[in-house]
Design a protein around this ligand. Structure first.
Ligand SMILES: Cc1cc2nc3c(=O)[nH]c(=O)nc-3n(C[C@H](O)[C@H](O)[C@H](O)COP(=O)(O)OP(=O)(O)OC[C@H]3O[C@@H](n4cnc5c(N)ncnc54)[C@H](O)[C@@H]3O)c2cc1C
Length: 445
């Protein structure tokens, strides 16, 4: 906590040293000009939530706020695990971005190519320049299938038993593969390095194992005589980064006789062979598979990584408590693209967005920014059809549980399953991306 406050204090000094602008000193953006009070890069979870929360403050008029995103669709990505588990249709989890963006916002359906923070402008890939007073950078991260040799080809082959729920195009292939698989070695992977929703690679495995168990193809108590064998190959040394929840998941793994291949990082697929890198220069390990659920490596997009806004790892370099850029005081970031040292989830954005919005407004009013974000994030871990372990924690992996007084959240629970399957998709699509849901704080008026 002391570190957190120190960091935010330094940032506040930087903010007050720079020239303060107030709402009164800013002329409204002309509808036809490419100059806006706030420009938001990315219309994903963070971009939509922040833009709409800003708009709902009533402090902005037509086209004061602009969103830039080249996509046609806005996706509810957490639902792709449910698609992989055969519980949802992927088409129901996407919304037309043009329709989702409030008409009071200016929408540039274009890609951002470069940032020029010294001049308060961004350049779109069509060459147009857009000026801002405040910039919110939220383009997410790149789920890069080419980081695993052979993966793009294996995913594209409709007959292969290789899939991933981390892509819209293949999340339903995962479901088909699981249903059609009757016999052999099933391997589920989790890469080394930061990914979005660090629980998702094993959620799909738990659902698959439950499906096969119910179908009589996998016996938790006698895997040797089961037609299907299951392995979890993870680049990490443990099942999950937070010890409290990792303990339950490790116990579950042993109980269900899932082979644990720790510090095994999938780097190549060659026919029916998966090749894993090992730490400290150890020899690569090869494993034959009949079904593979692969999770690609993920990282910042080049246009962020190569910009003046990035930290050494390529993420937007913001203060972990205020969400303000460490160098450019009128630049902000939330979500997967940010340097915030917490698990990258939509749930985290429910807690980040109100802090970013409040501090951005304070900055516009010439006030000091406040340290408001404690790293809250959450991961509803499906452990079977009908049960979820609800991991909720803050910086340092310290549990911060909404229902901790009612339930042991490390014990998989039926109520959490319905939160994950029904409530979260509904509240996300109808309230969160419209700026009206604050996660554990509830609905925003
Ligand atoms: C399989 C899976 C399961 C998950 N499960 C959960 C879960 O259970 N719970 C949970 O809370 N979270 C979960 N998540 C994570 C969650 O979906 C992400 O953390 C969240 O969507 C990140 O939001 P974002 O706005 O940072 O990025 P995104 O939502 O990815 O949005 C980024 C946007 O930026 C746009 N963009 C990209 N490049 C540019 C550019 N050059 N110019 C302009 N715009 C650009 C993109 O088109 C996109 O619209 C899951 C994710 C996946 C994939």
């Amino acid at each position: 906590m002391a570190t957190l406050l120190r960091a935010s204090g330094a940032c506040q000094k930087a903010a007050s040293a720079a020239q303060a602008r107030t709402f009164a000193s800013v002329a409204p953006a002309a509808a036809s000009s490419r100059s806006h009070k706030v420009v938001v890069v990315g219309g994903g979870t963070a971009g939509m939530t922040v833009s709409h929360q800003l708009l709902r403050t009533g402090k902005f008029t037509q086209d004061d706020i602009a969103i830039v995103d080249p996509a046609e669709w806005h996706h509810y990505q957490p639902g792709w695990t449910l698609v992989g588990g055969g519980l949802k249709n992927k088409e129901d989890l996407r919304q037309s971005l043009t329709e989702l963006v409030d008409p009071k916002l200016k929408f540039y359906n274009e890609q951002v190519g470069a940032f020029t923070p010294e001049e308060n402008l961004i350049t779109l890939s069509n060459g147009d320049k857009v000026n801002y007073e405040q910039l919110v950078v939220a383009p997410g991260i790149n789920v890069d299938t080419s980081t695993i040799k052979g993966l793009p080809e294996a995913l594209a082959d409709p007959k292969s038993f290789v899939s991933t729920i981390f892509k819209y195009d293949t999340c339903d292939k995962a479901s088909r593969n699981i249903k059609d698989f009757k016999k052999g070695n099933a391997i589920f992977t989790h890469p080394a390095g930061a990914i979005k929703c660090a629980g998702a690679p094993q959620k799909i495995m738990w659902l698959a194992s439950d499906h096969w168990q119910r179908a009589g193809l996998y016996n938790y108590n006698d895997p040797a005589s089961s037609p299907i064998n299951i392995s979890f190959a993870t680049g990490l040394p443990v099942m999950f980064g937070v010890p409290k929840y990792s303990a339950t998941l490790e116990a579950l793994r042993k109980e269900r006789n899932v082979e644990g291949l720790f510090q095994h990082d999938l780097v190549e697929i060659n026919g029916d062979t998966a090749i894993f890198a090992r730490p400290d220069g150890a020899d690569k390990v090869t494993k034959k598979f009949d079904l593979l659920h692969a999770v690609p490596k993920m990282g910042p997009y080049a246009f962020v990584k190569n910009s003046a806004l990035a930290d050494q790892a390529g993420y937007v370099d913001v203060d972990q408590a205020t969400l303000q850029h460490k160098k450019y005081v009128n630049v902000w970031s939330a979500g997967d693209a940010s340097s915030l040292p917490t698990s990258k989830t939509a749930a985290a954005i429910t807690a980040q967005a109100p802090v970013l919005v409040s501090n951005l407004l304070r900055r516009m009013n010439g006030q000091e920014v406040e340290a408001g974000y404690d790293g809250y994030t959450s991961c509803p871990l499906l452990t079977e059809y009908g049960k979820v372990l609800l991991a909720e924690f803050k910086y340092g992996g310290v549990p911060k549980e909404t229902f901790g007084r009612l339930f042991d959240q490390a014990t998989p629970n039926r109520a959490f399953y319905y939160l994950k399957k029904d409530f979260f998709p509904w509240v996300y699509q109808n309230y969160m991306v419209k700026g009206r849901w604050g996660g554990p704080s509830g609905f925003i008026r």
